[in-house]
Ligand binder design. Structure first.
Ligand SMILES: NC(=O)c1ccc[n+]([C@@H]2O[C@H](COP(=O)([O-])OP(=O)(O)OC[C@H]3O[C@@H](n4cnc5c(N)ncnc54)[C@H](O)[C@@H]3O)[C@@H](O)[C@H]2O)c1
Length: 331
């Protein structure tokens, strides 16, 4: 049995707690500063080792690995404390909100010989992993373009958005750091790292916040052209990543939990892989992959270096998106 500490049992921390437990491969303990929440979640899942802060948890040391589920500005200092104490870490996305302390963290991970990964969930999605494999094997030829289209009604799925870290970019809020980062990381997983971007973002709809809720990014992953559009207010739940290759097109569709391909005009889509639509299932799968990594059966689904690369894209998009170099129309 793995002994795992969940740090922060808010929205995603509770899900990690539930889904790690569902693997039957882990004994869980938790650490949460909010007293009421700490008690409620501990009772709900029958967790008996419960801590009010990380120092208290490190004093008890009833765990070998920790899942860092606190707001993103706390990820690096907390991961550093854990790694210094010899604890394996699974860090929620984004890795951080700036580049401070990441070089030192990576150095300490090496020195301490601990395992570390970033929880970019899509990298654990069996359908996305299967699609990547087909692309790597060259089934459709050379990838030339990636088109990522995401939209979701944030108030429906995260009604508390006005009360959490989301309200401020300094704590990880706004569409770019909170959600676009998943799309960017998944795109980089499929066709390689982004090396330059053009971006546009604005607050268009969401009530009670001023951070951007709508984003467009044009990117280059080397020679592969990329296009990312995302909003957090449309009614339809859309999440597709299409990779257009020289001889075929592959499309991941989260909401239909599948990937499909098409190689002939009017040839129709062929469903290549279908997965469960139950949201917890992907997190159970992610937990299994992380524990496989701890056991040396596989590498991490997303390394810290890959999380750092996506963080550089986040920061570049933030720097570019609010004053893009618009070109006036001719004539
Ligand atoms: N992978 C995903 O799909 C996904 C989804 C949502 C959020 N996230 C990421 O997870 C992180 C948390 O997001 P959330 O939506 O769960 O936020 P949240 O606000 O719901 O929960 C964060 C929890 O951390 C607790 N906390 C804060 N500081 C603490 C500390 N020092 N020690 C212990 N507990 C502390 C808070 O009290 C709160 O309960 C963010 O980095 C976010 O980007 C990832």
């Amino acid at each position: 049995m793995h002994r795992i500490l969940i740090i922060g049992v808010g929205s995603i921390g509770e899900r990690h707690l539930r889904t790690f437990k569902a693997t039957n491969r882990a004994e869980l303990c938790l650490c949460e500063t909010g007293e009421q929440l700490r008690r409620t979640v501990a009772d709900r899942y029958g967790v008996t080792r419960v801590f009010a802060n990380l120092d208290e948890a490190l004093g008890d040391r009833c765990f070998d690995a920790a899942v860092v589920c606190v707001p993103s500005h706390l990820h690096i200092p907390m991961a550093r404390q854990l790694v210094d104490a010899g604890v394996h870490v699974f860090i929620e996305k984004p890795l951080s909100l700036n580049l401070d302390g990441i070089d030192e963290l990576m150095r300490r991970i090496d020195e301490q010989g601990v395992k570390a990964a970033v929880a970019y969930t899509y990298r654990s999605h069996p359908a996305l992993r299967s699609m990547k494999q087909a692309i790597i094997e060259g089934r459709f030829g050379r990838p030339v373009q990636v088109v990522s289209t995401w939209g979701q009604h944030f108030p429906k799925y995260r009604p508390a958005y006005r009360q959490i870290y989301y309200t401020s970019r300094a704590t990880g809020g706004g569409a770019i750091q909170d959600v676009l980062t998943h799309a960017i990381n998944a795109g980089e997983f499929l066709v390689g790292p982004i090396d330059r971007i053009v971006a546009d973002a604005a607050h268009q709809v969401l009530e009670g916040v001023e951070v951007e809720d709508t984003v467009h990014v044009i990117a280059r992953h080397g020679s592969v052209m990329g296009c990312y559009s995302l909003n957090q207010h449309q009614a339809p739940n859309e999440n597709t990543i299409t990779v257009i290759c020289e001889r075929g097109t592959a499309r991941f569709d989260l909401n239909h939990a599948r990937w499909q391909s098409m190689t002939e005009p009017e040839g129709g889509w062929k469903t290549e892989f279908q997965f469960s639509r139950e949201r917890d299932d992907i997190f159970v799968h992610q937990a299994h992959l992380f524990m496989d990594y701890l056991e040396g059966k596989s590498g991490p689904a997303c390394t810290v270096a890959e999380g750092w690369q996506t963080l550089r894209v986040n920061l570049t998009v933030l720097g570019a998106a609010f004053n893009p170099p618009w070109v006036p129309l001719v004539g």
